[in-house]
Design a protein around this ligand. Structure first.
Ligand code: MG
Length: 253
């Protein structure tokens, strides 16, 4: 069941999502060769808690996996999503996807960006640009009266027309009262299919795009999703609300 939110509830989600966006920008400022993902995790957690909020991913568990130990998901190069922060340091030329969830006033915000570590190869740069653009094209389709499949379809068309692959094993989702709500928002699919989009719905739209083939697998740590072919992957995500028929991005600062 898709939960439709009141204006007041959307205001709470906006507050949480804004903290997510601010934290992502703070992490981005600190991304450079030599920094570890654990250091980035600490910076993020400190900032979130200083806003009287809670990092929503910390301690989160799904599908029998151990509780997630980090406040951020930090996924480097061939890691798609759900990378666990650790001692490993970043290197020039890598891309790191950072995904953050925040809980405040019982409402959730969720967003992700992929960040360049120094200078990138042309193909990684293009992968990042196409992934981010596909997110905004998807958001444009989140209008009242459209269908969830309209979001999915435009993301898939744009990504595949640029020669990249959509990760099919993972998807976006409703968000707000819970970290993950209905509906599932696939990043591939057909126009005019799926639930109708209505005012008051709140979504986390999040294309995950692979430079090579679409297949992914889970690493032995039971969390990190990696590309099967070892090629890099990018990820961008926003929390949005449908207000007055149109999408409003909530995870901005
Ligand atoms: Mg999400």
């Amino acid at each position: 069941m898709i939960l439709v939110k009141t204006k007041k509830e959307i205001d709470f989600i906006r507050e949480s999502a804004k903290i997510v966006a601010e934290t992502l920008q703070l992490v981005k400022k600190n991304v450079k060769p030599g920094v570890s993902t654990l250091e980035l995790d600490k910076i993020a957690e400190d900032y979130i808690r200083s806003n009287d909020a809670v990092p929503a991913f910390k301690g989160y568990s799904q599908g029998g996996a151990p509780a997630f130990p980090g406040s951020i998901c930090s996924s480097i190069d061939d890691e798609v999503v759900h990378g666990i922060p650790g001692e490993k340091q970043l290197f020039e030329g890598q891309i790191i996807s950072v995904d953050i969830g925040v809980l405040k006033n019982k409402y959730y915000g969720d967003a992700a960006i992929t960040i360049a570590v120094g200078e990138l190869s042309d193909e990684k740069r293009k992968l990042m640009e196409v992934t981010e653009k596909s997110l905004y094209l998807g958001i444009e389709q989140a209008t009242a009266g459209n269908r969830i499949g309209d979001i999915s379809n435009v993301i898939q068309q744009y990504v595949e027309s640029n020669g990249f692959s959509i990760v099919k094993a993972l998807c976006g989702h409703g968000v707000g009262r819970f970290l993950h709500e209905d509906p599932q928002i696939s990043n591939f699919g057909r126009k005019g299919t799926g639930p109708e989009i209505k005012n008051g719905m709140t979504f986390a739209i999040e294309p995950m795009v692979n430079l090579g083939r679409h297949q992914v697998q889970v690493a032995p740590d039971e969390w990190t999703v990696i590309t099967a072919d070892g090629k890099p992957s990018a990820h961008f995500e926003h929390t949005i609300a449908v207000i007055d028929g149109k999408p409003e991005i909530l995870s901005i600062c």
